[in-house]
Design a protein around this ligand. Sequence first.
Ligand code: SAM
Length: 280
Amino acid sequence: MNYHHDYHAGNFADVLKHVILARVVTYMKQKPRPFRVIDTHGGAGRYDLAGTEATKTGEWRDGIARLFDAELPPAVAELLAPYLETVRAMNGAELRYYPGSPLIARHLMRPDDVLIANELHADDFARLKEELRRFKSTTVLNIDARHAVKSLLPPKERRGLVLIDPPFEERSEFADLATAVGEALSRFETGTYVIWYPLKDEAAADRFVATATSRAGLEFLDVRLAVMKSFAGLGLTASGVLVINPPYMLEAELETIMPVLKDQLAEGSGAAFELRSAVQ
Ligand code: SAM
């Protein structure tokens, strides 16, 4: 297990994933009944953008730094407010720290909404536990995500969001992920799932989305963002988020958000986004 999110925190892929996470959590708060967020690959919780790892890659400079002080069209500013206000709450006037998914979710959730954040890497788990120590209705686990899906579903509230954000270190990661999604849906059919995936091999990503959404009647939204035209040998330049059982308004919100997000995060020509919704 070599992956360390400190190198990538706040990059364009994090921004896309976290904007969607914040929209889904915001939607879930419309009903008074408590809900649960299960974050299977939680990471370390908070990242120092002036730290050695983040400085080495500088990825955040082409991600959150492009949005932190940006002048956005009012409709987009309103939709991004829950996400950007969470980032701002961690910082003074200058951008220095970036919240990971468990902190973004917790910041937006109400005290009685339950967060289960899981992280396998021992150091990141310890950091995450410390970051979440002061919150009630919050549990931090240190187990393999494969077991988390089996042991944590269905949630007792029967209302919930499962974020699955693997490191994609293994060749079998897409196939494993599709299997995990199938198992999760068998246990918690009505849950909303937010699943991040890299877009390096588009055919493999297409196969993953087709398999993960093959259940009859399943509703989903597949969002993809490329920050430049892809060239062989370049690092990650595009990623996707698959949302299963999306809130009904998410598609319209993303139609407003994505053109602006694409322009803000573009690195040269060839930036593009794709939004596909379907019922299988
Ligand atoms: N979700 C986080 C966020 O958005 O801020 C970032 C997560 S990062 C992409 C993936 C994390 O999964 C890493 O922190 C890594 O240590 C952890 N990880 C790797 N394999 C795992 C496994 N089998 N079970 C749980 N966590 C794992």
